[in-house]
Design a protein around this ligand. Structure first.
Ligand SMILES: [Cu+2]
Length: 280
């Protein structure tokens, strides 16, 4: 508990091998990690001290049977109650951190639909409030000023997000199970076919971050990377406007998904191995 209070007070503690988190959500996760690590060090160090103390203090000094101390009620109560209190404490801090990470407040500063597919990522930016992108397979998807960024297996797409505001991500999969993972955000979620997973990012600073798929989803799973570029809100707005202007000037430039991903469930396309891996 004391360690937790110190962590939450923002003391300069080691990172214990974890990213410090480039989003408010990732930062909460990071503090939870520090708390768990410190709790583990305290418990482990205490146990180690007890072991060493017992080894050296109670070395065999004679052939007599030493005093037997099992069924010591006070000790048994202590070593039952204290671990339960520790687990309750860790549970409470976990729930508090989870609630922060999973919160999706209304009126996000940006909304992005992320479609995972074999083997790449598509990022859809709806044109305005209430307007969504049309059917991803449709070539007329930019009717509402919707902007799309699509990566191919050998070319990583970049998801541009504004900093200092909530960015709501609606994560979907167009074929099999994928994993959306940004290490520096301390964040990972399944992209499930037929189900939308919604979460928020609030980027703390600008920068470029690597992302990747963390579910074995087929032949080129290991190439399924993407980038996240966090920019200021003004840069984000001008980027979005530039994309919308380019699309309305040239509607046929709307990026399209690779053919195989639209037909993953029925196609016998030669490189469509992901569906087979899942035994469908
Ligand atoms: Cu994948």
């Amino acid at each position: 508990m004391v360690g937790g209070a110190l962590v939450l007070a923002g003391c300069k503690l080691p990172s214990f091998g974890e990213y410090s988190g480039s989003t408010t959500q990732g930062r909460s996760e990071f503090h939870l990690w520090q708390l768990f690590f410190i709790a583990g060090l305290v418990v482990g160090g205490f146990v180690l001290l007890l072991i060493l103390w017992a080894i050296f203090k109670y070395r065999r000094k004679s052939e007599d049977m030493p005093k037997q101390t099992q069924y010591h009620t006070t000790v048994e109560i202590i070593y039952t109650v204290v671990p339960i209190l520790i687990v309750i404490g860790l549970f409470v801090f976990t729930v508090l951190a989870e609630n922060k990470v999973d919160a999706t407040p209304p009126h996000p500063g940006a909304t992005i639909t992320v479609n995972a597919f074999q083997w790449g990522w598509e990022f859809e930016y709806p044109g305005g409030p209430g307007s969504g992108c049309a059917n991803p397979a449709s070539a007329s998807a930019n009717q509402n000023g919707c902007v799309k960024v699509i990566g191919q297996t050998t070319q990583d797409p970049t998801m541009v997000i504004p900093t200092g505001t909530n960015v709501q991500i609606n994560l979907k999969s167009l074929d099999v199970l994928h994993g959306f993972y940004v290490p520096e955000f301390n964040f990972s979620r399944y992209a499930s076919p037929g189900y939308t997973t919604t979460f928020d990012f609030n980027a703390l600073h600008t920068g470029d971050f690597r992302g990747q798929c963390t579910q074995l989803c087929g032949l080129y799973h290991s190439l399924m990377f993407f980038n996240v570029r966090a920019v200021t809100q003004a840069q984000y707005a001008s980027w979005l406007h530039a994309q919308q202007a380019a699309l309305s000037a040239n509607p046929s430039s709307v990026p399209k998904l690779p053919v195989s991903s639209d037909t993953a469930s029925t196609s016998s396309h030669s490189n469509n191995l992901g569906g087979d891996l899942y035994g469908d």
